[in-house]
Design a protein around this ligand. Structure first.
Ligand SMILES: Cc1cc2nc3c(=O)[nH]c(=O)nc-3n(C[C@H](O)[C@H](O)[C@H](O)COP(=O)(O)O)c2cc1C
Length: 236
């Protein structure tokens, strides 16, 4: 009789344990904050000098929609991600301003041809200066379809996706917080433009895409809003 109860308790515990493991496995890619993926790639430290001055970058910057097929390097991607939302001083402050330092933006990398970065969808972790793979595979075609078939998206060796979680800012500033978030994405994108130009890399701010298709493609949570795509590739 006792043996039977021991067996029942054992199987109940096993079910609970297995349930927990499966639950964590399936929810992993859905998480919006504190994302942790299959594969984590530490990025090289950002370099704080440049071949051109900030004035030259401002004078020469333009939107570029055609790229060389040469792969980007991990150093270049590291530099561009840091320019977008990297940490630049103690206290967790970043390279782009943020209303109340609340940091509503998330930066993702779609890797198509980057040395040492297998094709896939990655989340940028500013605190660790690392990327974490959330999805594997080639998303070029589907992403360009979501972006009204813009060829810059299809042909770029890499694409940044910047999303926002409005709630982080509206919780403090109310409805006006949405405007703040839109201003912030402009700052982050301009940082990428200027950094890209200094590395002989071209980019273009893409705002024309179907939000729902991008959200579905990358399994984004409902409260996360895609705001901008930045294809990136070496200048021809
Ligand atoms: C909010 C916003 C959305 C944009 N969306 C697109 C887009 O979907 N596709 C595109 O090719 N360019 C897009 N652009 C880039 C503009 O077309 C470009 O900045 C403008 O033509 C000025 O050229 P310049 O950036 O070379 O100075 C966008 C720019 C901004 C600021």
């Amino acid at each position: 009789m006792i043996k039977k109860w021991v067996l029942i308790i054992f199987f109940c515990l096993l079910f609970v344990l297995l349930g927990g493991v499966l639950f964590n496995y399936f929810r992993r890619d859905k998480a919006t904050t504190g994302k942790s993926g299959d594969q984590r790639i530490s990025l090289p430290k950002p370099v704080l000098s440049s071949r051109i001055s900030i004035e030259q970058a401002l004078a020469q910057r333009r939107s570029i929609r055609e790229y060389s097929s040469e792969p980007l390097t991990l150093e270049e991607i590291s530099q561009l991600l840091w320019a977008a939302q990297g940490i630049n001083r103690p206290g967790g402050y970043r390279t782009a301003p943020s209303a109340g330092a609340l940091y509503p933006l998330e930066v993702y990398l779609v890797s198509n041809q980057i040395d040492q970065v297998p094709a896939g969808f990655y989340h940028y972790n500013p605190e660790g200066h690392a990327i974490e793979q959330l999805l594997r595979g080639d998303f070029r075609y589907e992403l360009s379809q979501a972006g009204l078939n813009q060829q810059a998206i299809q042909n770029a060796p890499a694409v940044f996706l910047i999303t926002a979680i409005y709630e982080r800012t509206t919780a403090k500033y109310g409805p006006r917080g949405r405007q703040y978030v839109h201003m912030e994405v402009g700052s982050a994108a301009q940082n990428v433009y200027l950094q890209a130009y200094s590395l002989d890399i071209g980019t273009v701010f893409i705002g024309a895409f179907h939000d729902d298709q991008v959200k579905r493609l990358f399994n984004l949570a409902s409260e996360e809003q895609p705001l901008c795509l930045l294809p990136l590739g070496k200048l021809n």
